[in-house]
Design a protein around this ligand. Structure first.
Ligand code: FES
Ligand code: FE
Length: 339
């Protein structure tokens, strides 16, 4: 069965609602790095699916994550990122500790039934892979290590010591395409020779050299340089976290795409390098990466226009070049309760 998912799944708000609820809200998704939370009281906000989250380093120096929705009447409690001693809602100043417990609510003494005890922020989960912070809105989700599986080992074998990486910069973007179109584009290099001439000049994209590898919770590409001197790795952790390692100086870029609407996706990529990276090499990498990014934008936005036209009910995958897309589509379908 090499048919794609039905194209209606890329435009239907009900499908997106199920994806958010059943896929995103029960997954580990990359959110940021420990450099953003260096001191007790530092925090940043993020979201997974439709759930706003706040990640904070508490007074005991532990990372905590909470659902960033006030227990009073639903305002987001924290905004942006920064340093705080308490988590205070801007609406009526309900005040939570860094442990999420409700500490104070103005005028509570006048309400004899008011009990702060059960009104703490809902717990979410946070876990790390070296400096990389992942979150899950699902308080019962098994540890991150279970989702990462053999990926840390594969990355180490690729010559990257994740623990020793230094954060360089974040690049943010949005795409006028369904999030699955963006992920599927990432999961195949069938288009590379045609659509990425600069990339293909450097990387051997022939099917015998460029390897795809299937895993239960992620998917991998191995991308050798044409001169055979090094190999890059590109991984996608279900549902939406990308991990890129370009061949050359030790580097890793990681980010995620998240749906905003059925036809709008936002994403970012955090770049990390081992210390002492050469400035000229860095410049070359960013140039190539932004060229590939611009080419991919054209492709995915064009796909979304084609899909949403309603002219076709589905497409047809080319196997084995697109077998990682097939895995992804099966995972999505199973996750939202379709077969
Ligand atoms: Fe947060 Fe009222 S909604 S204090
Ligand atoms: Fe591409």
């Amino acid at each position: 069965m090499a048919e794609t998912l039905p194209y209606s799944w890329y435009t239907d708000g009900n499908v997106l609602a199920r994806e958010r609820e059943r896929l995103f809200e029960h997954s580990w998704v990359y959110a940021g790095h420990t450099g953003q939370l260096a001191e007790p009281g530092t925090y940043f906000t993020t979201r997974v699916g439709d759930v706003p989250l706040v990640v904070v380093r508490d007074r005991e120096d532990e990372l905590c994550a909470f659902v960033n929705v006030c227990r009073h009447r639903g305002s987001e409690v924290m905004a942006g990122s920064g340093t705080c001693t308490i988590l205070q809602c801007p609406y009526h100043a309900w005040t939570y500790g860094l442990d999420g417990a409700l500490r104070a609510a103005p005028r509570a003494e006048a309400d004899p039934d008011f009990d702060r005890g059960p009104l703490g922020l809902l717990a979410a989960q946070v876990d790390t892979w070296g400096p990389l912070i992942f979150v899950s809105p699902d308080a019962g989700k098994p540890p991150l290590a279970e989702t990462l599986g053999s990926l840390p080992e594969i990355v180490a074998q690729g010559g990257v010591d994740v623990q020793g990486l230094e954060f360089h910069s974040r690049s943010s973007y949005s795409l006028e395409a369904n999030w699955k179109v963006a992920v599927e584009n990432y999961l195949e290099c069938y288009h590379c020779a045609v659509a990425h001439p600069g990339f293909s000049e450097l990387i051997d994209v022939a099917p015998d050299s460029y390897r795809l590898e299937r895993h239960p919770t992620f998917a991998s590409h191995y991308a050798p340089l044409r001169d055979g001197s090094a190999e890059g790795q590109f991984h996608l952790i279900w549902p939406c976290t990308k991990v890129n390692i370009w061949p050359g100086h030790a580097n890793l870029s990681i980010g995620r795409v998240l749906p905003v609407e059925t036809g709008l996706t936002e994403g970012f990529l955090d770049y990390f390098f081992a210390p002492g990276v050469d400035a000229a090499w860095l410049e070359g990498l960013f140039e190539l990466d932004s060229q590939v990014g611009a080419e991919d934008r054209e492709l995915v936005e064009s796909v979304q226009r084609g899909i949403r036209s309603g002219a076709l009910e589905h497409g047809r995958l080319m196997l084995p070049s697109e077998e990682l897309i097939r895995d992804f589509q099966r995972w999505v379908a199973a996750g939202i309760g379709e077969t």
